[in-house]
Write a protein that binds this ligand. Structure first.
Ligand code: UDP
Length: 313
């Protein structure tokens, strides 16, 4: 297959590029490197089945030749990134989704949208099923991401209904692994980076808020399985093991053997209190469950951060 992956130089996008090339496909990797980095895909430079196009998908997209899939992963995705890039975030998930859908239609390709658990906002139902409509503050700081991803889902469904485009939508819950940028401000990257530098681990609020963390290879497996199943409604992909931010901090302290203390900082506005996917649909539809234990996933991730620190020295 020939696939276009947008956001291909980002954390998840680049792991998907690895997997698609490994599975024998041809990949056009598109990115404007606003939050991604070329180092994430540089290993494929000499692969004849790989091509990189530097482009912002919020502008018209031109690609030569046929495509089997358009896979849209481009977007700032960490709270500090989308706070810093609010307009870019709104544009890539609205105009960028429109452009990529139009491209898929023109090429007779199938379409895959990376959406997010953020469409549930600060959820009032627990765990979150795909049928839950969410609790989102449109004008809060997270609104630029949450609302534009909600729009992205809506326009993807509209192209499916109106143009009979063969579409997929996934809602990705917190994901971690190698290539999660050390300075992207997310909890796993912050804690590991802080621990390895023996700096205080910054817990926002009391640390009693929960998340569920999936390792990136589990997510990529779910994505690949959904490519092969015709299902247009959104599918949650996440790890159904819920833990508090405080528990995560303790675990990272233990696994790194750091001397770091814990420091409590104010909770950001509209920070969701609990987040846990109901993955019944993914289990039934894709025969998928995340297999990587958090300890193993964190060990892999910590090893990668150590390498990066060594290279930087
Ligand atoms: N968080 C924290 N310390 C940090 C970074 C994040 O306590 O240094 C908290 C954050 O307030 C949130 C959770 O960890 O409750 C997950 O944050 P992240 O930015 O990773 O993603 P989110 O799930 O909020 O989109």
């Amino acid at each position: 297959m020939k696939v276009l992956i947008t956001g291909a130089a980002g954390f998840i996008g680049s792991h998907l590029v690895d997997r698609m090339l490994n599975d024998g496909h041809e990949v056009i990797a598109m990115d404007n490197l606003v939050t991604g980095t070329i180092a994430n895909i540089a290993q494929h430079q000499s692969n004849t089945r790989f091509q990189f196009i530097f482009h912002n998908v919020s502008n018209h997209i031109h690609v030569v030749g046929h495509l089997d899939w358009v896979i849209h992963f481009a977007s700032p995705a960490s709270p500090i990134d989308y706070l810093d890039l609010p307009i870019e975030t709104l544009k890539v998930n609205s105009l960028g989704t429109h452009n990529t859908l139009g491209l898929a239609l023109a090429k007779g390709a199938k379409y895959f949208l990376a959406s997010t658990s953020e469409v549930y906002g600060d959820p009032e139902q627990h765990p979150q099923k795909e049928s839950y409509w969410g609790n989102v503050n449109p004008v809060g700081p997270r609104g630029v991401y949450d609302e534009s991803k909600r729009f992205a889902e809506a326009i993807t469904m509209a192209y499916n209904k109106k143009h009979d485009l063969d579409t997929r939508i996934i809602r990705i819950f917190n994901c971690y692994g190698p290539r999660l940028r050390a300075n992207d401000g997310r909890v796993v990257s912050n804690f590991i980076d802080q621990a390895l530098r023996n700096k205080p681990l910054t817990i926002y609020g009391t640390g009693e808020q929960t998340r569920s963390f999936q390792y990136v290879s589990d997510l990529v497996e779910g994505i690949v399985r959904l490519l092969g199943v015709k299902h247009h409604e959104p599918v949650n992909l996440g790890n159904p093991q819920e833990r508090t931010v405080l528990e995560l901090a303790e675990l990272i302290k233990e696994l790194t053997g750091t001397r770091s203390e814990i420091e409590f900082k104010p909770l950001p506005t509209d920070d969701p209190r609990r987040r846990l996917p109901d993955i019944t649909k993914a289990k039934t539809l894709l025969d998928w469950t995340p297999g990587v234990e958090i300890r193993d996933g964190l060990k892999q991730t910590i090893a990668w951060y150590k390498e990066q620190l060594a290279v930087a020295k």
